[in-house]
Design a protein around this ligand. Structure first.
Ligand code: CA
Length: 470
C-alpha cells in the first residue's frame, strides 16, 4: 500500500500542474508568515495599508476568508503550523516567554540561561514540516522568528532545516536584535552580533533572496516568518520601529512620530521584502514552479474582512484573534484572482506541502489536517467541518459547521472565576454580535459535546512537553 503511494505520489504533483507547466521536479515552496498583522493589508479591505506586493499576490492567486490558526497568540499558533498537529497534541500550547519583563525585570545572562525562553521548546520528538520536506530531497531555510525554543536542540538546524538566520524566542528589537537586553539573533546555531544596527526585516529579506538564488540544484522550502509588524521587544514606550524612508515614502502627510504611522510603515517594509522574493522568482523563471503561501500568525484588534468588522484581536477567542488572512499563489495551478470561503486552517499546510513535494509521511505520525490544494483549485469542498482550540490559561473554543461555542475567562484566571459561555453562527454573524446560547440550548450542548470528545482525544494522545504534566 505505502510502496504504491510512494510510486504514485510524484504523479500527484505532476497531475496538478496545468498544461504548459514544465516542472522536471517538485515545486519549490515558500511560506511567508507575518506577526500580529491580522487583516491589516489592502487586499482584504484595509485600504489605508500600502501592500502592493501582497495585493498582487492575491490578484494572481487565491484569498481565503475562513482560514484559522491554531492559536490567537504566537507560540501555539506556530507550533500547529510547523507540526501540522494541534497544540494540545504537539505539547506547545502556551507561550514560551519570560513574563517577568512585564514587571520591568531585566534578566542577567546567568538568569536568562536558565529561564523558560532558554530551557523550553517544541518537544524534540515532534516532526516539523522541515523534516518532512527534507525527506523528499528539499533544501530548507528559516529566516525570521522561529519561536520554538532556542536551546540548540530546539533550533531549526536540528529540526529539519539547512540554513537559519533569525531568533528562537518571541521577538527582538529590530536594530539591536536583542530581546529585552538579551542577544537573540542566530546565524545557524550561533548567536551573532555582527549585523547589529541593521533593520531586521532587511536582514531576512536579503537572506531570503540569497537563498533562492543559491538553491538552483534542488527544490527548496523557504520558511520566511517575519517578526514584522510585531512591536519590538525592548523597554521603550513606543516600540514600533521602522526606517524613516518608509514613513516618508508612504505617509508624507502623516505624523512620523505617531505609533500607528510607524506600524503601517513596518507593514510596508515587510511587503517590500515580499516583493523582492517575487521579483527573484520571476527573474529566475521559477514563478510557475513555486507554491507561495502567506498568512498572519494571529489577529489584531480592529480586524475586518472586506469591510466586515471582527470581534476581538490578538489573544482573544473571537474571530478577530483566530481567523487570519491566507493567500496562496502558484500560477497555472491555483486560479488567479479568486476567493474561497471554505473552512480551512493552518493545520492543512504541512499535509499540503508533503503532497506537492511527493513526500512520504511517517506511518506513525498523527496529523490534524489535509492537503488543501484541491480545495483552492475548486475541485473539492473542504473536508473540514470542525476545529477546536484550547488555550488552557484563557479559553476553549469549538467551531462545528457554522456554529462556534466560546468559553472564556480573563487570561490566567481559568478555574478561579466562572467562564463566560457564548454561541455564534459565524457564517451569518462573523462579527459575533448575536449570542445564541440562550435561544439554541440544544445546539450549544451538541457543539460542546463535540469539544469534549476532541478534548478526550487530546488527553489520550501520547504526551509531549514542555507544558503537559506527565
Ligand atoms: Ca503573533
Amino acid at each position: 500500500m505505502h510502496l504504491l503511494l510512494h510510486v504514485l505520489r510524484p504523479l500527484l504533483w505532476a497531475s496538478l500542474l496545468a498544461a504548459g507547466a514544465t516542472a522536471a521536479r517538485p515545486p519549490n515552496i515558500i511560506l511567508v508568515v507575518s506577526d500580529d498583522q491580522g487583516f491589516d493589508l489592502a487586499c482584504f479591505g484595509k485600504k489605508e495599508f500600502v501592500t502592493p506586493h501582497l495585493d498582487r499576490m492575491a490578484a494572481e492567486g487565491i484569498r481565503a476568508t475562513s482560514f484559522y490558526n491554531t492559536g490567537s497568540v504566537c507560540t501555539p499558533s506556530r507550533s500547529g503550523l510547523i507540526t501540522g498537529r494541534q497544540p494540545l497534541r504537539n505539547g506547545t500550547y502556551e507561550m514560551i516567554r519570560n513574563d517577568m519583563v512585564n514587571y520591568g525585570h531585566r534578566y542577567t545572562p546567568t538568569e536568562y540561561a536558565m529561564s523558560p525562553e532558554m530551557t523550553l521548546g517544541l518537544d524534540v520528538r515532534e516532526t516539523t514540516f522541515g523534516d518532512i520536506l527534507r525527506s523528499a530531497g528539499y533544501r530548507n531555510a528559516v529566516f525570521g522568528k522561529w519561536d520554538m525554543g532556542q536551546a540548540r536542540r530546539f533550533l531549526p538546524l536540528q529540526r529539519g532545516f539547512d540554513v537559519f538566520v533569525g531568533h528562537g524566542n518571541n521577538g527582538i528589537d529590530y536594530y539591536t536584535h536583542e530581546r529585552y537586553g538579551a542577544p537573540s539573533l542566530f546565524r545557524g546555531n550561533e548567536l551573532s552580533t555582527a549585523e547589529k544596527g541593521t533593520y531586521a526585516t532587511d536582514i531576512f529579506r536579503r537572506e531570503a533572496v540569497r537563498f533562492i538564488r543559491d538553491s538552483a540544484a534542488k527544490p527548496f522550502f523557504l520558511y520566511l516568518p517575519f517578526n514584522a509588524p510585531h512591536s519590538a521587544s525592548n523597554l521603550q514606550k513606543d516600540s514600533n520601529q521602522v526606517p524613516e524612508s518608509y514613513l516618508r515614502r508612504y505617509y508624507p502627510d502623516r505624523d512620523p512620530a505617531d505609533a500607528r504611522t510607524k506600524y503601517a510603515g513596518m507593514v510596508s517594509a515587510m511587503d517590500e521584502a515580499i516583493g523582492d522574493v517575487f521579483a527573484t522568482l520571476r527573474e529566475l523563471k521559477l514563478d510557475r514552479d513555486t507554491l507561495v503561501c502567506f498568512l498572519a500568525d494571529n489577529g489584531r484588534n480592529g480586524g475586518q474582512i472586506d469591510g466586515v468588522s471582527l470581534r476581538g484581536g490578538k489573544s482573544s477567542p473571537f474571530e478577530g484573534g483566530l481567523r487570519t488572512p491566507f493567500i496562496a499563489w502558484w500560477p497555472g495551478v491555483i486560479p488567479a484572482g479568486s476567493t474561497t470561503r471554505e473552512f480551512l486552517t493552518s493545520l492543512e499546510l504541512l499535509p499540503t506541502f508533503a503532497a506537492v513535494a511527493g513526500a512520504r509521511l511517517p506511518t506513525d505520525l498523527t496529523l490534524d489536517g489535509f492537503n488543501l490544494l484541491p480545495v483552492l483549485q475548486g475541485r473539492l469542498k473542504s473536508p473540514r467541518s470542525e476545529m477546536f482550540w484550547d488555550w488552557p490559561s484563557a479559553f476553549q473554543v469549538a467551531r462545528v459547521g457554522d456554529l462556534k461555542w466560546v468559553s472564556y475567562t480573563p487570561r490566567g484566571r481559568r478555574g478561579e472565576v466562572p467562564p463566560k459561555e457564548e454561541l455564534y453562527d459565524v457564517a451569518q454573524d462573523p462579527g459575533e454580535k448575536r449570542d445564541l446560547a440562550a435561544t439554541r440550548p440544544a445546539d450549544l450542548q451538541r457543539v460542546k459535546a463535540r469539544f469534549q470528545a476532541w478534548r478526550a482525544e487530546m488527553e489520550a494522545t501520547e504526551p509531549r512537553g514542555p507544558f503537559r504534566n506527565f
